[in-house]
Design a protein around this ligand. Structure first.
Ligand code: SAH
Ligand code: SF4
Ligand code: F3S
Length: 477
């Protein structure tokens, strides 16, 4: 029995109770298994895509831990293996299909393995059809709107042993307070809104994450207060376009108002947010960032392109001049602000001149870092059908030209920090050198310095002594 595309379902407010019951049922089964074998059931979650997905994975982990599963770090050791997928660019999807081939072998070795696919990629019918046809070793598939139903789907899979597909076409109510397992004890993400209404013409996100829905202020503040009580020092507020937060609430609230309220939460040391769409970043917001010490002086402000022709075709709703004016306003008000961005190269009809305009803009703004992407055709989006698709070789050439300008600018901005004192929230031991720890400064720079694991989760004052393009080097003061 496979269930598909249920869009009219009514979620009762008892839905959370139902899921907690399934969690409890599976917990009992796992407990019995432990009593009989002395072994714990295990899980692993593999996450692709953005912070939104990473945060969803924390919810999936939270549910699995509640069900009595123990986390493992290799796929071959897992009894439940969850792939939380992304489809923002084609290579993200290719990776998943590549891995599914490998998982077939794992499943042959361990017949009891449950393979679970969820996330954005699963919201596309063509993908589901392909999985049904060619990857019948997958056990459970759900989408972005019904993640909270995972316990029930897992339980049903144990009962029936058949492929279960449960994808909804649109969102229902927001289910609050499900279990969640934070990746870090000392920092956490909090969704303030879901979905996106912007329909940038290249982007698949509005199709797989649905229309914009904001959470109530009280629910957000309650969650943050709980997190702070539980040891969290840094919160990142998440939304595809945080600047349009609250517009669809019964009593509308602006993002600036929300941010101000969050900044007043007792004991919260640092607040970040992403992503800011340039079209509706308000003066009030700039003021709130400026006036509150615990709001990080960093704005991720994706520009996508420096060419008005392309910005129009992308449906970004601002011009190059609007963007530059906004940047100037922000820099005037908050001189030590750090700005980062996203850029797409190779959008349909792009010429070398368009790319040069992007390069000029990069020179003018002086970003402290930028994510650069080669345009990837996403079927179902307007840009996929536009005339003038760019040859791969042209896109790559322009991409390299952009990086040749961008990287020295990033280095130059980093160099300006040499000699300054930065307050670092230490996150990890460095991957390449275990005598070093790494963390982030207020303005979001990655900083390495000598230290040990006792520093993880604490704030340390560091003097910046050197830098590379992608990180700073410092010493504890
Ligand atoms: N909501 C955020 C971005 C979400 S996707 C915003 O609007 O800023 C993250 C980034 O992926 C985008 O900013 C864009 O630069 C890139 N991206 C999205 N769709 C893409 C596509 N089809 N090809 C290449 N890059 C894409
Ligand atoms: Fe995609 Fe644009 Fe929405 Fe960002 S704002 S998620 S780029 S449609
Ligand atoms: Fe994020 Fe990828 Fe979905 S970027 S919203 S996980 S398509």
């Amino acid at each position: 029995m496979s269930k598909e595309h249920r869009e009219d379902i009514e979620i009762s407010s008892d839905e959370k109770k139902i899921q907690l019951m399934y969690i409890d049922n599976i917990k009992k089964i796992n407990k019995k298994y432990f009593e009989q074998t002395g072994k714990e059931k295990t899980y692993m979650t593999v996450t692709y895509g953005c912070q939104m997905n990473a945060h969803d994975s924390e919810k999936i982990d939270g549910m699995l831990i509640e069900m009595g599963y123990k986390k493992v770090l290799t796929e071959s050791e897992a009894d439940v293996l969850v792939y939380n997928t992304c489809c923002v660019r084609e290579n993200a999807e290719n990776k998943i299909f590549g891995n599914l081939g490998y998982l077939k072998k794992l499943k042959e070795k361990n017949k009891n393995l449950k393979i679970v696919l969820c996330g954005c990629m699963m919201q596309q019918e063509a993908i589901i059809d392909k999985i049904k046809q060619s990857y019948n070793h997958v056990d459970i598939i759900f989408g972005t709107y019904n993640l909270y139903k995972f316990p029930q789907l897992l339980f049903t899979s144990f009962e029936t042993n058949e492929m279960i597909i449960d994808i909804w076409k649109k969102a229902q109510e927001i289910i609050e307070d499900l279990p969640s397992q934070r990746m870090y004890k000392f920092k956490a993400s909090v969704n303030i809104m879901f979905g996106c209404n912007n329909f940038c013409t290249y982007c698949i996100v509005p199709y797989v994450r649905g229309r914009e829905r904001s959470r109530e202020v009280e629910d957000i503040i309650k969650e943050i207060e709980y997190l702070v009580e539980d040891g969290v020092k840094e919160i990142t507020l998440l939304g595809q376009n945080v600047n349009s937060y609250g517009k669809n609430l019964k009593e509308p609230v602006t993002f600036a108002e929300l941010l101000e309220k969050v900044s007043k939460v007792e004991g919260l040391e640092r607040i970040r947010f992403m992503t800011s769409h340039p079209k509706d970043l308000s003066e009030d917001l700039i003021k709130v960032i400026k006036e509150n010490d615990n709001i990080c002086k960093h704005i991720h402000l994706p520009v996508q392109s420096g060419s008005n022709k392309l910005l129009k075709k992308m449906n970004r709703v601002y011009t190059r001049e609007d963007y530059l004016k906004l940047v100037e306003k922000i820099k005037n008000e908050i001189p030590d602000i750090s700005l980062t961005t996203d850029i797409i190269v190779g959008f349909p009809t792009e010429t070398d001149e368009d790319n040069d305009e992007t390069i000029d803009l990069v020179k003018e703004v002086k970003y402290s870092s930028a994510f650069t992407f080669i345009y990837s055709v996403r079927s179902g989006t307007p840009a996929a059908n536009m005339d003038g698709q760019v040859e791969e070789a042209d896109a790559k050439r322009r991409f390299n030209k952009l990086l040749e300008v961008l990287n020295p600018i990033v280095l130059e901005i980093n160099k300006k920090q040499i000699g300054t004192k930065q307050r670092i929230l230490v996150e990890n031991i460095s991957k390449n050198d275990e005598t070093l720890v790494t963390g982030r400064s207020d303005n979001n720079s990655l900083v390495h310095f000598k230290g040990d694991k006792s520093l993880i989760g604490t704030f340390v004052d560091v003097k910046i002594t050197d830098c590379k393009t992608f990180y700073l080097i410092g010493e504890q003061i």
